[in-house]
Design a protein around this ligand. Structure first.
Ligand SMILES: [Fe+2]
Length: 237
């Protein structure tokens, strides 16, 4: 095997395969035929894909979207978005969504027998600044059960979606919390073959951003593309 194909394989192991049988829905949605590669052109690397003006500063504080404060452990999630050369990705739109502290989403299809929180919707968005930095205020989401397998539970996580300046900076992924006992049994987390790549989805508890008498800080840096790239949420070539 050439060193080039070795490099390709090691890169592949940093991303989950389309088909990971232990994650049951991939059995239905994984493509059956080889993918068709589209030729790259300038529009992949340029051109705004969303309106920056619609993003308000208050969209980044999920604890202040209702008349009262949500229940749960307040957290500050911050980090930087970088490209494969370590350069900041500026003006990227980050959207996030998450369950409440009890592990329940405000969504019609979530029928987990845990309480909804009238003061928590669980959605936010923010733009990265000139250093590629972002931050959110939220509450720590709870673990929740799912019916993928017998007694299945998802580790606590926050869903992230990124839109940079072009399609090459698109990423949908999940951020986890350090030391979660559910990692070992989660087929989504473990669909990423490479251990170091899985570890990149786990945020780091951070004293620097922990605010006294207010909230615990977690850092979650995101790398778009390249060897150190943050893994996609399943289904990535
Ligand atoms: Fe989720």
């Amino acid at each position: 095997m050439s060193s080039q194909s070795n490099a390709r394989n090691s890169l592949r192991n940093t991303q989950p395969p389309y088909l990971h049988p232990a994650y049951v829905s991939t059995q239905k949605r994984a493509p059956l035929k080889p993918l068709i590669l589209l030729p790259e052109n300038l529009s992949h690397a340029s051109g705004p894909v969303f309106g920056h003006e619609t993003v308000q500063a208050s969209d980044a504080d999920l604890t202040r979207q209702h008349s009262g404060e949500p229940l749960g452990e307040r957290i500050l999630v911050s980090g930087r978005v970088l490209d494969e050369e370590g350069r900041p990705v500026r003006g990227a739109l980050i959207e996030l969504w998450q369950a409440n502290a009890a592990g329940r989403y405000r969504h019609d299809l979530d029928n987990h027998a845990a309480p909804l929180d009238p003061n928590f919707t669980g959605c936010g968005r923010v733009l990265t600044d000139d250093q590629g930095a972002y931050s959110f205020v939220s509450i720590k989401p709870g673990a929740y059960p799912w019916r993928n397998h017998e007694n299945g539970w998802r580790p606590a996580h926050i869903h992230f979606s990124l839109f940079g300046a072009g399609i090459l900076s698109r990423l949908v992924t999940q951020m986890y919390f350090p030391g979660d006992p559910l990692f070992a049994r989660d087929p989504i987390f473990n669909s990423i073959p490479d251990e170091a790549a899985r570890a990149r989805l786990i945020s780091v508890f951070d004293w620097q951003t922990t605010k006294a008498e207010y909230a615990l800080g977690y850092r979650f840096d995101i790398v778009l593309r390249g060897e150190k790239s943050t893994p996609m949420e399943t289904s990535h070539p």
